[in-house]
Design a protein around this ligand. Structure first.
Ligand code: NAP
Length: 249
């Protein structure tokens, strides 16, 4: 029997990168998967097509995680298609590096609204769906909270928030049989890191040089950890932040 048979999973920001990799791996383990995205409907449809052509079940649902109406719609569409969610992956996130001189109110709120407020709204909706049966929330944080790279104050602050929210909610929701864990990836090759210019940059070379396993990660490196945290294999883990970085810290 597959590890996630009969489970329903929502992955936010799953049209690309790490989220797309997680959606495919959860589906390969038998979960019915909801592929959330903000604007890239073609990319989301491609992820759904990849899953269904491999024999899995998936739908795509558009929605901005920082908007409660969109989140309510995401969970309503999930219930309509597959029933109530059992696993929610808070993956949707944005990053923009910049030194202290470049910090603006607008950029602060953009990153905090998606990376932190969006995660809170999605978790709030997840708790309602999990009521009476429990569930697993998996937050995608970042190794930046360990590495604290210069020029990343806003982004690293958002992921520091993810670290502590993971611990707080694990205590708050444990009595409801809801586990809350985080995966904190090191640098991963995704559409986002290509667009940001990280791939092929000096930062990339520096990461490879300082990573004990000698390379940056791929979405599948994170997806396998997500399968573990979604499944009963991790039934005794909550409040954990798993550093998934090839050893860089
Ligand atoms: P990516 O390639 O840029 O993909 C981002 C995904 O998030 C896309 O599916 C995008 O949807 C979606 N998204 C953006 N804003 C959204 C919103 N408001 N509501 C819903 N979905 C939204 O990103 P990635 O590199 O895979 O990163 C994914 C997560 O991993 C982020 O939380 C990031 O902070 C974290 N992370 C990444 C790395 C890395 O090196 N890549 C390392 C550590 C942590 P559209 O395509 O529709 O815009």
């Amino acid at each position: 029997m597959k590890k996630l048979a009969n489970k329903v999973a929502i992955v936010t920001g799953a049209s690309k990168g790490i989220g797309a990799g997680i959606a495919k791996s959860l589906a390969a383990e038998g979960a019915s998967v909801v592929v959330n995205y903000a604007s890239s409907s073609q990319d989301a449809d491609k992820v759904v097509a990849d899953i269904t052509s491999a024999g899995g079940k998936a739908i795509a649902v558009k929605g901005d995680v920082s908007k409660t109406t969109d989140i309510n719609n995401l969970f309503a569409e999930t219930e309509k298609a597959f029933g109530k969610a059992d696993v929610v992956i808070n993956n949707a996130g944005v990053y923009q590096m910049g030194t202290i001189e470049t910090v603006t109110e607008e950029e602060f709120h953009r990153q905090f609204n998606i990376n932190v407020l969006g995660l809170l709204f999605t978790s709030q909706a997840a708790v309602k769906h999990f009521e009476g049966k429990g569930g697993s929330i998996i937050n995608i944080g970042s190794a930046v909270t360990r590495i604290t790279p210069p020029g990343s104050a806003i982004y690293t602050a958002t992921k520091g928030s993810v670290d502590v929210i993971t611990e707080v909610l694990s205590k708050e929701l444990g009595p409801k049989n809801i586990r809350v864990n985080a995966i904190n990836p090191g640098m991963i090759e995704t559409e986002g890191t290509h667009t940001a210019g990280f791939i092929g940059s000096d930062f990339h070379s520096q990461m490879v040089a300082t990573t004990p396993l000698g390379r940056i990660g791929q979405p599948d490196d994170i997806a396998q950890v997500a399968v573990f945290l979604a499944s009963d294999d991790s039934k005794w883990l909550t409040g954990e932040k798993l550093l998934a970085s090839g050893g860089v810290r």
